[in-house]
Design a protein around this ligand. Structure first.
Ligand SMILES: [Zn+2]
Length: 446
């Protein structure tokens, strides 16, 4: 159910449970932000409207190019992890080797969730199966620092013991500043900064808090703070993780906030969208919902705002359910995310530096490029796409101009021959999305 945010959405008091359950610091942050910077309240409302407009434009562009589809243009965003933990905390996650393992498993998990490759999507109820979205964004680990020198994709600051960051209300900003004991961000127009920390709000653990890249959020705070025991995915029973938060979904959720997604229930203190002062997530294809859902509910699940089948979409990544109980973004959520990486949008610049990052090898792109042939090139309009692999299924063809704009999309192509004669002469990128990865080749239409 759609409803643009209203002014009451940040005004309720938060209650944080001390039980082991998902607990994101987003509302704490937004509430504090409007106290310390009162002008941000209206700015955030305006930015959410802008995000909706960008999403609508994205959906229109899909309609113009083809029929509505579930995948977006696959782009790569460089990610850097700033580890700000004390010796005891670092030891508890396996030292430097453990940190590298968690970074790797975290990025693989994140990429699967954002590229339609999470295996548990098979659990989506039939009523919502058609809403499942392949967002089409890849996240690569930084291989170059802002100064051009090489990097393993993370830096570490051994913090003073005990290291606990309690300034969730400022987006955990002390961890984001060297002078206050943390690590400074890298150029946030090129890198998506993630800080791995121990976070508390009062006595409660906070799993994540996110400062999106819009102008109303302080520049130095932009990025994601992630609780160190909610980071990465479990590869053995003995590894230390927050209870039932061991599949990397906290970052999937926080990344959603980074791209202007809100919680599915609207953070309105339990009201329904139709109630006075009620709100929801502004997303048309997620059902109305009163309040957060926790742990691992059984489908169908109803609440005061969705009393009939199919009930509330508790398996959405923007819920508060356990890692194994959430496994989908919807198409309209994907449109909001993709709107954020469109030309002139908040995160467009992040997509323009794929050379700074390396995508983990879960996607076997190596070898694909040798197997694909696009000809003739230059062409007067008609192109043949040939590839030589039974295991690679071509799911999408995107034609992208030099401005980075997608000018044509063919979803689930039935033919390997495409006609581009309607396009202006010039240079384009042909992006072939396979089930196993993406290959992009330059062509000239003359
Ligand atoms: Zn959240």
């Amino acid at each position: 159910m759609t409803k643009i945010i209203c002014v009451t959405v940040f005004s309720f008091l938060l209650s944080i449970s001390s039980f082991a359950q998902r607990n994101c610091g987003q509302q704490i942050y937004l509430e504090q932000l409007q106290i310390t910077h009162p002008e941000t309240k209206s700015q955030i409302i305006e930015q959410r409207k802008q995000a909706q407009l960008a999403a609508e434009q994205y959906k229109e562009s899909l309609k113009m190019a083809s029929t509505m589809k579930t995948t977006g243009t696959t782009v790569t965003i460089p990610v850097v992890f700033h580890i700000v933990l004390d010796n005891t905390q670092i030891a508890s996650i396996g030292g430097t080797a453990g940190i590298e393992d968690r970074i790797n498993t975290q990025l693989i998990s994140l990429n699967k969730d954002y590229n339609g490759l999470n295996a548990d999507k098979s659990k989506i109820p039939a009523a919502w199966a058609s809403l499942y979205a392949n967002v089409g964004i890849q996240f690569g680990l930084a291989v170059k620092k802002p100064d051009g020198t090489s990097t393993p994709g993370y830096d570490i600051r051994y913090a003073t013991t005990p290291s606990t960051f309690t300034d969730v209300g400022s987006g955990c900003s002390s961890a984001k500043t060297y002078a206050s004991g943390g690590l400074d961000p890298w150029d946030n127009t090129k890198y998506l900064n993630i800080w791995v920390v121990n976070m508390k709000y009062g006595s409660s653990t906070v799993l994540g808090v996110t400062a999106p890249p819009g102008s109303s959020f302080p520049s130095a705070e932009k990025g994601i703070a992630l609780y160190y025991l909610a980071f990465g995915t479990r590869t053995s029973a003995s590894e230390a993780f927050e209870y039932n938060i061991d599949q990397g979904r906290t970052l999937t959720h926080e990344m959603g906030h980074y791209f202007y997604l809100w919680h599915t229930w609207g953070d309105d203190g339990g009201l329904c969208p139709s109630d006075p002062g009620g709100d929801d997530d502004g997303i048309a294809d997620t059902p109305p919902e009163a309040d957060a859902k926790y742990h691992s509910p059984t489908y169908p699940l109803y609440d005061a705002c969705s009393t009939t089948s199919p009930g509330v979409m508790f398996m959405n990544y923007m819920e508060y359910t356990d890692d194994t109980a959430m496994y989908m973004f919807t198409k309209d959520q994907s449109a909001v995310i993709n709107g954020q990486i469109a030309l002139l949008s908040n995160s467009y610049s992040l997509t323009q530096h794929p050379e700074l990052a390396k995508v983990p090898t879960y996607i076997p792109t190596i070898g694909l490029s040798e197997q694909i042939n696009i000809y003739p090139n230059p062409t007067t309009g008609v192109l043949s796409i040939k590839f030589n692999s039974d295991s690679n299924v071509l799911t999408d063809i995107n034609i992208i101009n030099l401005l980075g704009q997608r000018v044509l999309n063919i979803s689930n192509p039935q033919s390997n021959i495409i006609d581009l004669s309607s396009l202006s002469k010039g240079i384009y990128m042909v992006q072939c999305q396979f089930n196993t990865g993406t290959i992009t080749k330059k062509i000239v239409i003359q």
